[in-house]
Design a protein around this ligand. Sequence first.
Ligand SMILES: O=[N+]([O-])c1ccc(O[C@@H]2O[C@@H](CO)[C@H](O)[C@H]2O)cc1
Length: 800
Amino acid sequence: MSTIIGAAILVLAGQAASQLAGRGFPDCINGPLKNNTVCDLSADPLDRATALINAFTLEEKLNNTGSTSPGVPRLGLPPYEWWQEALHGVASSPGVNFSDSGDFSYATSFPEPILMGAAFDDDLINAVATVVSTEARAFNNYQRAGLDFWTPNINPYKDPRWGRGLETPGEDPYHLSSYVHALIDGLQGGYDPKYKRIVATCKHFVAYDMESWNGNFRYQWDAHINSQDLVEYYMPPFQSCARDSNVGAFMCSYNALNGVPTCADPWLLGDVLREHWGWTDEQQWVTSDCDAVQNIFLPHGYNETREEAAAQALIAGTDVNCGTYYQNHLPAAYEQGLFDISVLDQALVRQYSSLVRLGYFDGLAVPYRNLTFADVNTPHAQQLAHQAAVEGITLLKNDGTLPMQITSNMTIALIGDWANATTQMQGNYFGIAPYLHSPYYAATQTGATVYLAGVPGGQGDPTTNSWLPVWDYAEKADVIIYVGGVDISVESEGMDRVNIDWTGTQLDIIGQLAMYGKPMVVMQMGNQLDSTPIVSNANISALIWGGYPGQDGGVALFDILQGIAAPAGRLPVTQYPADYITQIPMTDMSLRPNATSGSPGRTYQWYTGDAVFEYGYGLHYTNFSAEIGGSSPSSYGSSSNTSYSISDLMSGCKEKYLDRCAFQTFSVDVKNTGSVASDYVTLGFLAGQHGPSPYPIKRLVAYQRLHNIAAGQQQQAALNVTLGSLARVDDYGNTVLYPGDYALMIDTQPLSFVNFTLTGDEVMLDKWPQPPTPRFQETDYFVGGYGSTYGEKLLINGTI
Ligand SMILES: O=[N+]([O-])c1ccc(O[C@@H]2O[C@@H](CO)[C@H](O)[C@H]2O)cc1
């Protein structure tokens, strides 16, 4: 009896699976592949993919090397588009196809990562990513998207000019590593699930963080980075992706690293990525950025011929080529004997075994097959999009005007080019949102009378007649709200910013509006601008940073303004003074301040000047105390010194990767000492004299967001600090645990400290694989602004 039922189920499943085939999935029931091992659900994924690729002819193999793969009609293998985007929601891209109306005409649009980074809430990021992957699966079920997505952009945001900083969670490598771990877990559905929800792609590997600056373009830029900066700053998020999060794919970048284009670099894609980080699973692949293989030939000029460039990339480990360069040039490269067929087979097996792991060949056996458009933009997703914006929005100034009660008998003058922002709130790499609740929409929801003057933020003379409504509205209003800043017209892909201050026009308008002497709030949108004139103007009541807040951004801003939600976001980047960009070229990749080059240093860890607002800054509507469990000296270096022997710490360390070993979990008692319930982001910074000099000012080693701490109540944060977090990186890129003085501090203006020392001999936690040969001339370091001693030292050691 049960056999009959089983057979009936199989027949039904077979029919349904065949119907799926009509929707762009391979037909493993009735199609030509039905007897190929790729259709055997019980076989090992690698064996399944190998059997599939073994059935390809040479020509079919070469045809399927680009981002748009034609498949193999002879075998019933459908075409597959590898390029999907989902930076902060399923996004318009070659493989994503929104319908014009009805089902699949929209997807939830979350804030840009720069604002979600400001939430410092990994649980939130995991929840957002889970919604994104759910919606992606629903799109896939109806043939409106593939199963792999080229997100996240996890290059650290090292320079405030970078046009794509909005795509990242900020400037700190620890923060990015932790954020991306939570994100990938949500996108892929865990570390190693039987069926991945989707495949995520960590990009752009590595040192890609310049678009176009002073004659340097992303396509030809050769980033010169010494091993210490590389391992300490540029690599950690990618290590987190590969080694700690088991991400399904990587994308190599346009730029070169120390003379070698990243997509052509066997050391980077082989020794570092696959071997050192243990990303050895052959179900994971590397794609090039789009046309980056072409760029190896020109403008990098790294190879003599197009065929050599294509072959070099393939051999180096670039498995997929975004674009058509492989399809166009690998055939001739093969004829010229520039690569062995086994290398091409390996690349194809990696791709298709990844599709096996996504259930591409498994019909209805895949648990996500029942997702439909009803699972897109659900009430939960909408709530999360709103929450993500609220959690990230950061209060930078408040003279007590906020939270502001807005009543229906009030009049608001809402001014600025973001006042009625819609798609502006989505930044870049976005899809079609179900709705875009602008600040104006949110203002009208309060019941107050709203005068809207969406004046352009960029240019113009605010004394001319066309601006008259602004002054009229300000005159009539009880409250003035200016919503402006920057947007993707000045910071975007291919376009770095040329300055980081407010435009003269905007400052002129804001200054004049402040003279009305009314409650006035500035909402600073987009990325950071030097807001000194706003901070120092006593007539401006409050300054809120709102980033790119997504589909419910206006509502989130007004919820913060009115105190419906309490602000607890923290700046995920330093807000530099405007002249910072005159002190350091974008091309200088070094982090440490340098007297010879004049660099004031990069990021809060090394910047020696005065920030307008420091990394981690953010005000609340209440006050907090934060005590580190039991021991709380009043400052760094004062008493309560506990001493730890390095050898004792190491003897308890059983992890494969020593940096993962626990040092301590510091419990922090956080008390809301004010009168407004609020979230609190517990930031744990480490300072002290240990390891190679110079020492960073401080560095983030742990964080946890606590939620809704009632007035007068207390919650406890648990800050997990690893041995890796205590360690520093030496000149050769090795990660070393050093004896010396340490201090853990809670918050930016520390609310409490704990001091401790490590004693005994230093221990190497991670030995960095050196590139095979020195890869560029000593003089190159001088171009990059390095001191001569350093350059010599590096070359004497025959490495970088
Ligand atoms: O030719 N195009 O249309 C085109 C569009 C976008 C583009 O940018 C690259 O494509 C994205 C792929 O994920 C990378 O993040 C970005 O660097 C590169 C090329």
